[in-house]
Design a protein around this ligand. Structure first.
Ligand code: MG
Length: 381
């Protein structure tokens, strides 16, 4: 039985990790699924289309055998985000998530944002679209969901600083020299969170946290010196919020993305979840400062964020290219951040005023990174 008290859900990136977990939550809460989108056609998407016969379905890329019921192209994906009165869960990976975020907000929808690249690539544009009547942006990133819940009912001007936690990834404690030798399989083995490939590598370099710093800046209107990062291997505390009077709030629980997803889907209600249980006894929590020399991605995030304009978009785009070159075995792990750093310096600074500016910054970041990968791969022969 579909529930009528919760808004129907549109799932963008339906075949990915966030998509699967969103559908889990939606099924359990009997929330109707009215839209499904994926980057490419696949047997997995066909199965989902069968499972949700009433949902509109779209694929971004033409190619493969696409059922006639499916819409095709990025416009078709963005159109799903405009289905009235829905919650749009944006679990698309990468900068491709920006247009659907803007479309959903401009249509006055609630966008539950797991695609942090929307804010990193087009933060100023997202904030502008958020001014639309009815538009809401709810974070579906565990750290940002935690901050959002800690500041609910508070005056955001009274926040002194926030602290994002980072698991530290599989290479916590390794030196820069040791990191130069790590393999793709080692980098893909994340100790606490079960996620897609790109975000898993980004967690291993700490670039994921760098993107989250930029995300927090735009989501909560915080200055970069109000945003700190601490390594917390157990991933139980998702964020701290410190207020001007010294009071600190935190959101705590086992790492499971279904929780921030459910919070966003049921907002402003809380709905019972019998699967969630937090054992306080026997839970040892530790926190320490990140190693900024071994993991330079973190400071690159702050630097790009402070530069503003197109710099965060370039950071993200260059990282996407560098991560895929690492996954293809073309460059060593430590070259990922070298390439991102070179790309940030190579692309001239521009302001972001229109979607075209964000897309141009993305393209320029990709090109600069592809050039850097090419130089590096050739120099090694
Ligand atoms: Mg996160």
């Amino acid at each position: 039985m579909a529930r009528s008290d919760l808004r129907p859900v549109v799932v963008l990136g339906a075949t990915g990790s966030i998509g699967a977990q969103t559908l889990d939550v939606a099924d359990r809460l009997s929330i109707p699924v009215v839209g499904l989108a994926a980057g490419h056609s696949s047997a997995a998407l066909d199965d989902l289309a069968d499972r949700y016969p009433d949902a509109q379905v779209a694929v971004a890329a033409a190619g493969g055998e696409i059922p006639s019921r499916f819409g095709v192209g990025s416009e078709a994906v963005a159109e799903l985000a405009t289905i009235p009165e829905s919650v749009v869960v944006n679990g698309i990976v990468g900068a491709a998530g920006l247009e659907p975020t803007l479309a959903g907000l401009t249509a006055g929808n609630r966008v539950a944002l797991a695609n942090k690249e929307s804010l990193v690539t087009g933060g100023p544009l997202v904030l502008e679209a958020l001014a639309t009547d009815g538009a809401e942006l709810l974070p579906v990133d565990s750290e940002h969901s935690a901050i959002w819940q800690c500041i609910a009912g508070e005056d955001v001007d009274r926040v002194k600083r926030v602290v994002l936690t980072a698991s530290g990834g599989p290479f916590r404690g390794k030196s820069r020299q040791e990191l130069a030798e790590v393999t793709v399989d080692e980098a893909l083995a994340h100790p606490t969170w079960d996620m897609g490939n790109r975000i898993t590598i980004d967690s291993a370099t700490l670039m994921n946290k760098a993107l989250e710093v930029v995300e927090a800046h735009f989501l909560f209107g915080l200055e970069f010196d109000q945003i700190d990062v601490v390594v917390h291997p157990q991933s139980y505390v998702h964020a701290f919020v410190e207020f001007v009077d010294g009071v600190v709030k935190a959101e705590v629980g086992p790492p499971d993305m279904r929780k921030p997803i459910q919070v966003a889907l049921t907002h402003p209600e809380r709905v019972s979840d019998p699967h969630q249980h937090f054992d306080v006894v026997g839970t040892d929590l530790s926190f320490h400062a990140p190693d900024r020399t071994a993991f330079p991605a973190l400071d690159l995030g702050y630097e790009a964020g402070r530069r503003g304009g197109n710099a965060p978009a370039v950071l993200n785009a260059a990282d996407e290219i560098a991560v895929s070159a690492f996954l293809d075995g073309r460059i060593p792990f430590t070259a990922i951040t070298d390439i991102v750093s070179d790309s940030l310096d190579a692309v001239p600074h521009r302001s972001l005023e229109r979607l075209e500016d964000a897309l141009a910054a993305d393209a320029a970041g990709r090109q600069a990174a592809a050039d850097a990968v090419h130089r590096l791969a050739n120099s090694g022969r």
